[in-house]
Design a protein. Structure first.
Ligand code: PLP
Length: 371
């Protein structure tokens, strides 16, 4: 019996799968070889890294390679570097959706300093981009279009395949932040780059990866010993790589049972929160993310009253900043509605009882506010 709160914040991070922990331990405790060394311990470590790379690649499109990074944020920063060469060819425009995670949004905006025009493209009231409007924005000056697969705050799924097609019509590249969809939602084959993170799939923190389609040249972001094909220097951690690989393999093996479990949790939650309104599309969404609002509820007070549930008032990055969520604002919600919204994220290790108890605590606290 523990006093830990019920964890319903699986978009912020996920618990480490026990199987992942088990494969990591020997690489932390016994096998300390540097995977870039030529001797036996080094070669053993390198082999473990390559097994992990294949496991991670197993959930990504064919025809590309996986570069390990320290996070998805780093992977996204690395991927954006592609635009430097494209600028020399007259392409000085970057388009990102207005609902992107800060890792994409702020990276894109940093390119204004290099003379790029950065457009934050609007999304509709359901959280989904209009392909018609986007097609008017993309032109032959566009270097890169970045759009996420599953939104971290509201769970809606963007039409990524169609977005990549539009980008390709003008020979622009398409980078997809698939962090919240990897291992759960199919990743379209036609994206050019995809960023992923282990800690969102029951793997360890501090490792991510960028998948890059063959033939796309990237300038290094981190210089040094020339690891990861000279693009991302720094000694890799075999423990983190092995953990990431195992987490990916588990997602593949358990795909159907995980999906059925998450759907059952989502169905239960929807019935328990029938008095709340769902933010974002009802049809195009990942069911493990439920972003809901109840007009008039003071979420700041709700969160301090409901100590028995770990949940979020927005994205983990934005919560605590005091700034209202830019994603909910992009849906056209008013500040009051944004401040009465919560995000519940269900994962592999939650039970139906977790959802029932959490909804009881949250609904009671909302009612105690007279709402
Ligand atoms: N993109 C999305 C959609 C995310 O949810 C997150 C994490 O919150 C990131 C990027 C950043 O991932 P990382 O923590 O690996 O840098």
């Amino acid at each position: 019996m523990t006093n830990d709160p019920i964890y319903l914040d699986n978009q912020a991070t996920t618990p480490l799968a026990p199987e992942v922990f088990d494969v990591m331990v020997p690489w932390l405790r016994d096998n300390f070889g540097n995977p870039h060394s030529a001797h036996l311990p080094g070669r053993k470590a390198a082999a473990a890294v390559e097994v992990a790379r294949d496991q991670v690649a197993g959930l990504l499109p064919k025809g590309g390679e996986v570069l390990f990074t320290g996070s998805a944020t780093e992977a996204i920063n690395l991927g954006f570097g592609v635009v430097h060469a494209l600028k020399a060819a007259g392409r000085d425009k970057i388009i990102v959706l207005d609902s992107e995670h800060a890792a994409v949004r702020d990276t894109a905006l940093s390119y204004e300093a290099y003379g790029f025009m950065v457009e934050r493209h609007p999304i509709g009231p359901d959280g989904i981009v209009s392909l018609e409007h986007l097609s008017e924005a993309i032109d032959d000056r566009t270097a890169l279009v970045a759009a996420m697969l599953v939104n971290n705050e509201i769970g809606v799924i963007q039409p990524v395949e169609a977005i990549a097609e539009l980008a390709h019509q003008y020979d622009a590249l398409m980078l997809c932040d698939v962090v919240q969809g990897y291992g759960r939602v199919a990743i379209p084959d036609n994206v050019d780059m995809a960023a992923i993170s282990a800690h969102k799939i029951y793997g360890p923190k501090a490792i991510g990866a960028l998948w890059v389609r063959e033939g796309i040249g990237l300038p290094p972001l981190i210089h040094g010993g020339g690891q990861e094909q000279g693009i991302r220097s720094g000694t890799l951690s075999p423990a983190l790589c092995a953990g990431f690989g195992k987490a990916a393999a588990l997602c593949a093996d358990r795909h159907n049972s995980d999906a059925a479990h998450i759907q059952a949790l989502a169905d239960k939650a929807r019935s328990c929160f029938a008095d709340w309104t769902i933010n974002g599309s009802m049809d195009h969404r990942y069911p493990g993310n439920l972003n809901i609002r109840r007009d008039g509820v003071d979420v700041g007070r709700l969160m301090s009253d409901v100590r028995g549930v770990a949940f979020s008032a927005g994205s983990a990055c934005a919560s605590g900043s005091g700034r209202p969520s830019h994603v909910l604002a992009a849906l056209g919600l008013e500040t009051g509605q944004i401040k009465s919204s919560i995000r519940l994220g269900f994962g592999r290790y939650n039970s139906l009882e977790d959802v029932e108890m959490a909804s009881q605590y949250i609904n009671e606290a909302a009612e105690a506010q007279g709402i």
